[in-house]
Design a protein around this ligand. Structure first.
Ligand code: ASN
Ligand code: ZN
Length: 333
């Protein structure tokens, strides 16, 4: 049958009206992103296995911005997947999660009022619940990028999902979630160093995690300590998220895109940021060429210093920034 790669209109819940990749097949359209490895977006319709139904219909407009329209979550998920694909391709030269040009797929409307989203290596796919009351799906840009980055980590450093390596695995997903969100430059979901600020998972408007001062969530740690490997990986990620914030933006108070930050240092010395773009390049190079399954915080310092040295030269301000940012979270001095 005759097919064409299209750009559809997504009326999302969290990111306003956006462009989503679609395919026209005869007289119907479906959410298969022909420009991005044929990444597909499916409607599980409350199910918890299989792929459900590929979003399709007579027109190339997806959702109406409201959760009551089944396509809306599909539009958000497809948009987030597209942004994540574009980010890794355009910023890091990596086409697709495995770097082989092949798209993954997304499943939305998983289960009943399910308040999580997750990546699975086994299906090479990601899945989104509908959230509290079935009307806060976990389909924001940062959640999509966080989950897809678990796929990238799985095929690169393969950081074991427990202990300190587990915290670094989680932090890697938060770091690139923030990076994708900033790079998307979406007018409705502006870039920030918060994780999950759009999905209202706490029901009071607060985000899930804060990278400038991770302890603001009441459980994450701001700095490394002996024994941090014993806490949940979503909390032991704190020091590495904090490292990334400090390396990018520096310590102290700052307002970015209307969000206020105030990032402390554990050694009391100020850190001068090198900018988010360079920090992203350093973390990506470390993830893909230095980190391994059992990399811990001390190893991550060594790996990022090596990556920064290769990218910017020994003794460069970037290498010094990396060293100071690690020292500021109590890793080395
Ligand atoms: N949403 C969670 C995460 O990506 C799912 C999990 O616990 N792995 O971390
Ligand atoms: Zn995660």
């Amino acid at each position: 049958e005759w097919q064409a790669v299209e750009n559809g209109v997504g009326n999302t819940q969290y990111s306003g009206q956006v462009t989503v990749g679609s395919t026209q097949s005869g007289s119907t359209y479906n959410l298969t992103d022909g420009g991005r490895g044929n990444h597909k977006t499916y409607d599980l319709n409350g199910g918890s296995s299989g792929t459900g139904t590929l979003f399709s219909g007579p027109d190339d407009t997806w959702g109406n911005g409201l959760p009551s329209n089944r396509e809306t979550a599909g539009a958000d998920a497809a948009y987030g997947a597209g942004l994540t694909w574009d980010y890794y391709k355009n910023v890091h030269g990596r086409t697709g999660i495995r770097g082989d040009g092949v798209g993954a797929y997304s499943r939305v409307h998983y289960g009943n009022a399910y308040v999580n989203a997750f990546w699975q290596d086994s299906c090479f796919c990601m899945t989104y619940g509908d959230g509290q009351g079935n009307n806060k799906p976990l389909t924001s840009i940062d959640v999509a990028a966080h989950e897809m980055t678990h796929g990238v980590t799985s095929v690169t450093a393969k950081l074991v999902y427990s202990g300190e390596s587990g915290g670094l695995n989680e932090a890697t997903s938060d770091i690139f979630a923030a990076a994708v969100e900033f790079n998307a430059n979406n007018a409705t979901d502006k870039g920030d160093y918060l994780v999950g600020e759009k999905i209202d998972i706490n029901g009071n408007g607060t985000p899930l995690r804060y990278m400038d001062k991770p302890s603001k969530d009441g459980a994450s740690k701001d700095a490394w300590y002996s024994g941090i490997g014993n806490i949940d990986v979503h909390y032991s990620s704190g020091p590495a998220n904090h490292f990334f914030y400090l390396l990018s933006e520096g310590s102290g108070a700052k307002v970015i895109n209307g969000t206020s930050y105030d990032s402390p240092t554990s050694d009391g010395k100020p850190v001068v940021g090198i900018g988010r773009d360079k920090a992203e390049k350093i973390w990506f190079r470390a993830l893909t060429t230095k980190f391994t399954a059992n990399t811990n915080y001390a190893n991550a310092r060594v790996g990022t210093v090596a990556a920064a040295t290769e990218l910017y030269g020994a003794g460069s301000p970037e290498v010094k920034g990396v060293e100071h940012a690690w020292a500021a979270i109590n890793v080395g001095s």
